[in-house]
Design a protein around this ligand. Structure first.
Ligand code: HBI
Ligand code: FE
Length: 259
């Protein structure tokens, strides 16, 4: 369970759903400049390593020069897949997070990392959330999967199975790979927003790249502060949607019985 006490965002103005105002006018020129440098660094990598759906979507967004205005992005997003951005102070408790997803709202952190965190940051900031997650919300199938994930998250809380479900999110939405005619490409937000792991996940011979397998994913723990040893590869968002459609209740029970 996320305890917001130790986190760096300002939760004092957050509502019961943890939403805050973006307060776009508060960003400093230095913050816009740092965001621009992060965007430029990734722009040299994504043509070679990002999945086609992400590349197609980023081209629709004029988001390279300044920290994006969430309301502007939301109006484009809403028209396309019915989703919108909800500004949050950072990580929020599971039930708030899942409830937003189950209402087609994606939580995006409002603060930007410090310059000394250019290469790595522990908590998701606006660059990770926006650059990594938001473009794929323009893909109908991906967005529909995330909507189902949100509803599944609320159910998993009732079944005390959030830890198993979080692994699905980790190995897909955060660190997922996809097969394409040109080879393996990244669709996970943690990969797309990373200066080093984006090339590593596609090119490095060390990590395992396994075909998507739901139960194996739910049994595979992960480290949050280093590159992954194992990536799971889907053939398409249609496959991701199809393979995560069943009721997870018996799967949770099966995994618990052999744990
Ligand atoms: N909160 N803002 C935010 N972003 C996340 O990705 C997030 C979260 N809270 C909970 C959470 N992710 C995960 O624990 C769930 O996916 C299980
Ligand atoms: Fe993320």
């Amino acid at each position: 369970m996320i305890n917001t006490a130790g986190l760096r965002g300002d939760y004092s103005k957050a509502g019961p759903d943890y939403a805050v105002e973006q307060e776009w006018g508060e960003y400093t020129p230095e913050e816009h400049a740092l965001y621009r440098r992060l965007f430029e660094r990734q722009s040299n990598l994504v043509p070679r390593y990002a999945c086609p759906e992400w590349i197609e979507a980023i081209g629709r967004l004029d988001a390279a020069r300044k920290i994006p205005r969430f309301d502007e992005i939301s109006s484009k997003l809403k028209a396309r897949t019915g989703w919108e951005i909800v500004a949050v102070p950072g990580l929020i408790p599971d039930d708030a997070f899942f409830t937003h997803l189950a209402n087609r709202r994606f939580p995006v952190t409002v603060w930007l990392r410090r310059p000394d965190e250019f290469d790595y940051i522990v908590e998701p900031d606006v660059f990770h959330d926006f650059f990594g997650h938001v473009p794929l919300l323009f893909d109908r199938t991906y967005a529909d999967h995330l909507y189902e994930y949100g509803k599944g998250g609320l159910k998993a809380m009732r079944l005390d199975a959030v830890k198993m479900l979080a692994r699905l999110y980790w190995y897909t939405i955060e660190f997922g790979l996809m097969n394409t005619p040109a080879g393996v490409r990244a669709y996970g937000a943690g990969l797309l927003s990373s200066g080093g792991e984006l090339a590593y996940c596609v090119e490095d011979p060390r990590p395992r790249r396994l075909p998507f397998e739901l139960e194996r994913i739910m049994r595979t723990d992960y480290q949050i502060d280093r590159y992954q040893d194992t990536y799971f590869v889907i053939d398409s968002f249609d496959q991701l949607m199809r393979e995560t459609a069943p009721d997870f209740t018996p799967i949770y029970a099966r995994i618990r019985s052999c744990a």
